[in-house]
Design a protein around this ligand. Structure first.
Ligand SMILES: NC(=O)c1ccc[n+]([C@@H]2O[C@H](COP(=O)([O-])OP(=O)(O)OC[C@H]3O[C@@H](n4cnc5c(N)ncnc54)[C@H](O)[C@@H]3O)[C@@H](O)[C@H]2O)c1
Length: 560
């Protein structure tokens, strides 16, 4: 049966068949021979996802002091239905990622079309050419329930398989740089023995040259810079691997301005990544209880945070929005917990704060459904069968990444409660977590499993026309701080909706002037951490009452 992979714009690409593999290998061989004649190092980046695709381009863009390219990069992506389309797109010089950073599209186009230092492929045989392999595949953490990260597990099989594949293809001198966020201990206690075993079988009598250096990429406005112009941590399994990884990173990223931190062992680099993200998950989770406190006691948490932020020691305090999504923060702490038991063999339970933070973050979005229910009730309208619009599907502003976004949970819980959902997002064309909820991201990962009545969400489509999608809604949920939502005018929103609606602000998107205007227009407003809206509501009511009291006075004056 012929199988196809669809790009986000709906373009169809046929998955390769057996014959395509030998043709592809010959294509790569020819390119590699030419690139070697130019003395360029061959780098294979395994996994062309949100990290790998941009890292591949950053490496392909590297040049020496005279401006000559020093690397030829082969991006290697497995030909899955979900991801194969990325290969032909990159080979056309097009970015597979939708983002606010214009440099992503420019650098991919420059390297694929102008410098010709970047190509993408589906064949593992590319690994045979590699001087350096960069591993940028995912390592998932599967949860068994929505609010208990403890009973989840790291999904190691795919990663283990990747190490086996790499070891059976590469030459013994190839440096293998793991950038994937892994359970601490993976490089030395999982990758190393797997690769050593395969090497032995191949009659190779030397240690695999393995190193770890995690990514700190921040998808968004500074996507490329967050890979190239940012501090890195690295470590190798032995002196040779460490020196190779240090030299490589110095050649491809801006280590002059952003010096490298070299740690003694890969487990330290791996732990640094997990602690870094657990720290961030914790400071976000910590504000959840204060967000509820604010709502119940007339406090605007947004203003409180801004007041605290001016203190230099506290300037990284951040408002959590509707849950903490993205691929990393919901899972990385879990990888640490899992490693403690399943890699290092400890039985005791030392973790308190990290799992609690993840559990709080994983369920925060559900409160948005309660706020929506209460706002509708205050307007005397039932939630069931109400038309509710969610503005923003991605997990953060100005990117098209929907993985574990708070918006997904909002949609799922409100659907469970009987509402009809609409979604708008300027960066997301297809919300695969819904459209393909039986298989995406994988059957066992989709959050559908934690909710009832989700079948109809397969038909949910992301709308691009804001004016149109506002028509006839009963409620609007401002879920993500995407640029177009920050300037939305309350009068226009209400006019397009056809009358007063419930307005839920999840991210401090509405200033007090806009909140007041929504109330004046007859809307009900609620927001995460925004207890002061009640004060604005009372003020609008008093102003209306005063106006009404003045009317008889004016009438009597005019009739005198
Ligand atoms: N996305 C982020 O913001 C971010 C930030 C920092 C670190 N990271 C870490 O970087 C790693 C990659 O994340 P991502 O967001 O790029 O994930 P992703 O799911 O977008 O990309 C992974 C890619 O690897 C491919 N792949 C999987 N197995 C493969 C194999 N055997 N051979 C070839 N390709 C294979 C997948 O098809 C996919 O395209 C993860 O460990 C993640 O935690 C991500």
């Amino acid at each position: 049966m012929t199988e196809y992979s669809f790009s986000p714009t709906g373009e169809r690409f046929q998955l390769p068949n057996q014959e395509n593999y030998s043709i592809e290998f010959e294509r790569l061989k020819e390119m590699v021979n030419y690139q070697r004649s130019l003395k360029r190092e061959i780098v294979v980046v395994m996994g062309l996802g949100f990290v790998g695709a941009v890292m591949a381009a950053v490496v392909a863009d590297a040049q020496d002091g005279k401006g000559n390219p020093t690397k030829f990069v082969i991006g290697m992506q497995r030909p899955s239905i979900r991801s194969f389309w990325k290969i032909p797109l990159i080979n056309r010089g097009l970015s597979p990622i939708s983002t606010e950073d214009p440099e992503v599209a420019l650098i991919i186009n420059r390297c694929a079309n102008e410098k010709k230092t970047l190509t993408a492929t589906f064949t593992y045989d590319a690994l045979k050419f590699a001087d350096v392999v960069i591993v940028d595949v995912q390592c998932d953490y599967i949860k068994e329930s929505l609010d208990n990260v403890r009973n989840g597990r790291a999904e190691m099989e795919a990663l283990e398989k990747s190490f086996e594949i790499i070891a059976s293809h590469i030459s013994p001198e190839t440096l293998v740089l793991i950038e994937t966020t892994v359970a601490p201990g993976t490089t030395e206690q999982i990758a190393y023995p797997i690769m050593k075993k395969v090497f032995r079988k191949r009659g190779i009598n030397r240690d695999p040259l393995l190193a770890h250096s995690f990514e700190r990429v921040m998808p968004g406005k500074n996507y490329v810079a967050s890979i190239r112009d940012f501090w890195r941590v690295c470590s190798g399994v032995n002196k040779e691997a460490t020196s190779r990884v240090v030299n490589f990173l110095k050649e491809v990223i801006n280590t002059e301005k952003y010096p490298l931190t070299v740690l003694d062992r890969p487990i330290e680099s791996e732990t640094a990544k997990i602690v870094e993200n657990s720290f961030r998950a914790t400071i976000l989770a910590f504000l959840d209880e204060w967000s509820l406190f604010a709502e119940q006691n007339g406090v605007d948490l947004i203003k409180v945070i801004n007041a605290i932020k001016v203190r230099p020691t506290h300037n990284n305090i951040i408002f959590p929005g509707p849950g903490i999504g993205g691929y990393c923060l919901p899972k990385d702490g879990g990888l640490g917990l899992w490693a403690y038991r399943h890699i290092h063999g400890f039985e005791d339970d030392i973790f308190k704060i990290t799992p609690l933070a993840i559990d709080i973050n994983d369920t925060r979005a559900l409160h948005v459904a309660q706020l929506t229910r209460d706002a509708m009730r205050n307007m005397g309208r039932p939630l069931a069968s109400a038309e509710i619009l969610v503005l923003g599907a991605s997990y953060r502003e100005d990117v098209g990444d929907t993985r574990y976004s708070g918006s997904e949970l909002i949609v799922r819980r409100l659907t469970e409660m009987g509402a009809e959902l609409r979604v708008h997002d300027p960066y997301v064309l297809h919300w695969w977590e819904f459209e393909k909820q039986d298989e995406y991201p994988a059957t066992s990962h989709n959050l559908k499993r934690f909710f009832r009545g989700q079948e109809r969400l397969k038909d949910l489509r992301v709308e691009q026309n804001l004016k149109k999608v506002l028509q006839g809604i009963d409620a609007v949920i401002f879920a993500v701080r995407h640029k177009p939502y920050l300037s939305l005018d309350p009068d226009e929103v209400v006019m397009n909706a056809g009358g007063p609606i419930a307005v839920i602000d999840c991210f401090g998107i509405l200033d007090d002037g806009k909140i007041k205007r929504y109330f004046e227009l007859g809307c009900e407003v609620k927001g995460l951490g925004r207890g002061h809206v009640k004060r604005i509501k009372d003020q609008v009511r008093e102003e209306k009452e005063q106006m009404l009291m003045q009317i008889p006075l004016q009438i009597s004056k005019s009739t005198q």
